[in-house]
Write a protein that binds this ligand. Sequence first.
Ligand code: HMG
Ligand code: MG
Length: 301
Amino acid sequence: MNQAKIVEVGPRDGLQNEAGVTLAQRIALVDALSQTGLKEIEAGSFVSPKWVPQMADADQLFSRINRQPGVRYSALTPNLRGLESALSVGVDGVAVFGAASESFSQRNINCSVAESLERFQPVMAAAREANVPVRGYVSCVLGCPYEGDIEVAKVVEVAQTLYQMGCYEISLGDTIGVGTPAKAKAMVAAVAQQVPVSALALHFHDTYGQALANVLACLELGITTFDSAVAGLGGCPYAAGASGNLASEDLVYMLEGMGIDTGVNLDALVLAGAQICRSLNKAPTSRVAQAWLAKHKEKQG
Ligand code: HMG
Ligand code: MG
């Protein structure tokens, strides 16, 4: 394998958990990321602003970002209403999000796993009609904040159903970042028996510092698509204690160091992360960003 695809989820998964983030800050982040060579940016969510106020006004965000050719700007759409709003502002791709845990599904989208899959049917149909590709997320693939361990069979079942419904890619989410490499690899291997490896993406949160190790383990299975968030932003509003996603800078640094081309300019990526962190008044959790920024400060000083 000599190429990997990175799906940048910082503006969505990252910022959905940042209290007080403004629309202008969200737009500035998407625009900065658009200059890094990233080809896929999940820019927002068309969800209820009562549930996730940080993602409000996604229509305005999509109308105001400076879209770059060759970059796919996508958004989460949990229901038909979300999809219709997303289509009205010309999103390039949408994502439905289900879970392998009943309790998480209830807390996150207020319905059972089976109900969610039914709710996605009209979303899939309308997206197909509009020629917009749909990604499918499965949350809690390596553990649930409410139920603890999750059966691999349940992960396989939900992933397979989403794939059969027409999702072009299934992103397997370790929502609370509890997975370890051998467990992650076994889970992915089980899903890969039902969904082609080329249609799988991995979405690791880094709560327990295992995300990069999990990526490395799963590269051995032939996975080439990974979700990450610049500066390691993020968490999940419905998973207490879940920290940010795997940091994009760390992922790019490791993959490029292994000779795997990501197409991403690390310098530009670090600067995009530093900019949003400055405006949120926090430090990037990315170790690579911290090292890069320290080195450049040293040079300047
Ligand atoms: P509900 O309450 O069951 O649905 O919410 P409802 O149809 O009864 O609607 C409730 C209210 O929301 C109504 O407003 C609707 O109009 C409004 P009210 O009458 O109370 O004023 N509404 C909407 N507004 C805007 N856009 C919409 C929309 N739909 C309804 N599309 C719903 C169901 C799914 C909408 C709700 O539960 C929700 O928005 N949940 C948010 C879920 C979310 O965004 N979670 C975080 C993202 S998932 C994640 O982070 C995991 C992931 O990263 C992978 C991983 O790490 O595992 C993807
Ligand atoms: Mg997530």
